[in-house]
Design a protein around this ligand. Structure first.
Ligand code: HAM
Length: 422
């Protein structure tokens, strides 16, 4: 029988790596709490309409990358390709669009996109995302970017570039699209095949294309003069407050982002360690999406960081970031298989004091058990075989120094605590 393997573009995370994930997630949760964000968890499976309505029918995630399935009742379902649309769906379903005020949410979890896998591009990947509902203030945009860069600093990453742009409001959109179309139509034949389709369906995305000819055709395109006065003023307030907050950024007039729901501010963080898939995160304002998904009009902004990419980039910047993995602090070894139940009692007593402990449960020679304790990086091995029991002692072996002492039964635990501290 052929060996079973994980699907391409998905991966298993073993303990060494899982501990890096846990540290990344724990520090993120701490920082997010500092800024007043609370966690929301939404299902991995949604009605496909959650995404088609929000991202738009022409969006590439919808047309090419969604994992679609039909349930037994024939409903079209999708594995979530991103977190914003489900959070907006949940926000409206809960009636939070009607309560007024500010809502700050974050989520952490897997997303699914049927993309061709390559370094940094997976079919199941993880995002840390934040969404703020209830304010159109440019200072909120600035604070969201401050939070984004604070997370990167917390993860000890320096080598990133934050790119920002404004793509204007819905009122500006028709004008910007028709300007872009009339500018690019004479160069139609020079555009790549995808961009020729985009020219009809979604010309903004041509600005994103990495192909040299398409980039040449869009050279010099800048919406800053095409956006309305209010959007232009909002963008100036944003950039001025970023400077005041000492958030480093560059303005990229071609940054339009892939998703259809953005209005006004868009941004992306790039990292050179990642090669072609160099975006570790991105986001923007989406002031019309809540209404588009059936709610009251509530302005909103958010971002998501791709955690696999964050870890890849972090590894380049902060080598050997992982401390040695520790399976347990204490190992209770046995001399005879019949001693195992007593070893279990001893181990449970250690755990009750909040100290991690593993007991040998197998019929294995002591030497093998010590090798196992070494592998798990246990600090102390406790042994109480028949000879120790007759003497009324517990033997404690310090793994670092390989020294062994015998301690009277009544004192063994306080001695163990002392050894663990030394
Ligand atoms: P996005 O740019 O599609 O935005 O994804 C955000 C990040 O997820 C990317 O910058 C990248 O790091 C990571 N990512 C995306 N696709 C993959 C993949 N196939 N493999 C590995 N990592 C990937 C969004 O998803 C928006 N919902 C962000 C947002 C939140 N906008 C407003 N609020």
């Amino acid at each position: 029988m052929a060996a079973l393997k994980a699907l391409g573009g998905t991966s298993d995370t073993f303990p060494e790596e899982a501990s890096r994930w846990q540290r990344l997630e724990a520090s993120a949760r701490e920082i997010l709490a500092l800024y007043g964000y609370q966690e929301v968890r939404t299902p991995l499976l949604e009605e496909a309409a959650v995404f088609t309505q929000s991202l738009g029918q022409s969006d590439e995630i919808v047309t090419k990358q969604m994992y679609l399935l039909k349930d037994r009742g024939g409903r079209e379902l999708a594995l979530r390709p991103e977190g914003t649309a489900p959070v907006v769906r949940a926000f409206v379903e809960r009636g939070l669009d009607k309560t007024g005020g500010l809502t700050r949410l974050y989520y952490l979890g897997p997303m699914f996109r049927a993309e061709r896998p390559q370094a940094g591009r997976k079919r199941q990947f993880h995002q840390l995302g934040v969404e703020v509902f209830g304010t159109a203030s440019p200072y909120q945009d600035a604070e969201v970017l401050l939070l984004l860069t604070r997370l990167l600093c917390e993860w000890r990453m320096k080598d990133w570039t934050l790119k920002i742009n404004s793509i204007g409001c819905q009122g500006d959109r028709a004008r910007i699209l028709s300007d872009l179309k009339s500018r690019l139509t004479p160069h139609r034949q020079k555009l790549c095949r995808d961009c020729q389709v985009r020219l009809e369906k979604n010309p903004l995305r041509i600005l994103d294309c990495k192909k040299a000819d398409c980039q040449k055709a869009t050279d010099g395109v800048d919406f800053s003069k095409a956006v309305c006065e209010a959007c232009a003023a909002q963008f100036i307030q944003l950039t001025e407050s970023l400077s005041l907050l000492q958030v480093k950024f560059v303005r990229d007039p071609h940054l339009v982002r892939g998703l259809d729901y953005y209005t006004r501010t868009t941004f992306e963080v790039e990292h050179p360690a990642l090669g072609v898939q160099n975006a570790i995160g991105g986001g923007g304002r989406y002031d019309d999406l809540v209404a588009r998904m059936g709610g009251q009009p509530v302005p909103a902004i958010g971002f998501a960081l791709g955690l696999e990419r964050v870890l890849m980039a972090q590894e380049k910047e902060v080598p050997n970031d992982s401390p040695d993995l520790m399976g347990a602090k204490v190992f209770v070894a046995t001399v005879d298989f019949n001693d195992v139940p007593l070893a279990m009692v001893l181990a449970e007593g250690v755990r009750r004091h909040g100290i991690s402990c593993v007991a040998n449960l197998d019929d294995r020679p002591l030497k093998r058990q010590l090798e196992q304790a070494q592998k798990w990086r246990c600090q102390v091995v406790a042994i109480q075989g028949e000879s120790e029991r007759l003497k009324g002692v517990v033997a404690l072996k310090q793994m670092a120094s390989r020294t062994q002492i015998e301690v009277p039964e009544g004192h063994w635990f306080s001695k163990l605590q002392e050894l663990l501290k030394s």
